[in-house]
Design a protein around this ligand. Structure first.
Ligand code: SF4
Length: 99
């Protein structure tokens, strides 16, 4: 599975592993907002909707999700995170949380 945000790869891994154990904040939000067919489950889940606005005409630098990420740090607004392999799991993630 490849997860993208705007023009950037944010997470790459085996589909089941990414879906059930997302590592990137954006992947986590995407999967958390996936509708559940069971209304009891749907009502019991906390809302994980991503906050902020989608950039209208200019890509936000350097991490594309920095303006909307709940875990944003100073480095996220200064340096583009590279897609790096994670230790102990077969996964690549572009996020300064894992640098
Ligand atoms: S690099 Fe920073 S802003 Fe981008 S997803 Fe990771 S923590 Fe959030």
């Amino acid at each position: 599975m490849v997860v993208m945000n705007l023009d950037s790869l944010v997470e790459v891994g085996k589909a089941n592993e990414v879906y059930f154990d997302p590592k990137h904040p954006y992947t986590e939000v995407l999967i958390g907002t996936n509708p559940q067919p069971d209304p009891q489950v749907e009502r019991s889940r906390p809302s994980k909707a991503i906050q902020g606005e989608i950039p209208a005409w200019r890509l936000p630098p350097p991490c594309r999700i920095a303006n909307r990420c709940p875990q944003v740090m100073d480095v996220c607004r200064q340096t583009t995170p590279e897609l790096i392999p994670l230790k102990d799991v077969d996964r690549h993630v572009a996020c300064h949380l894992y640098a």
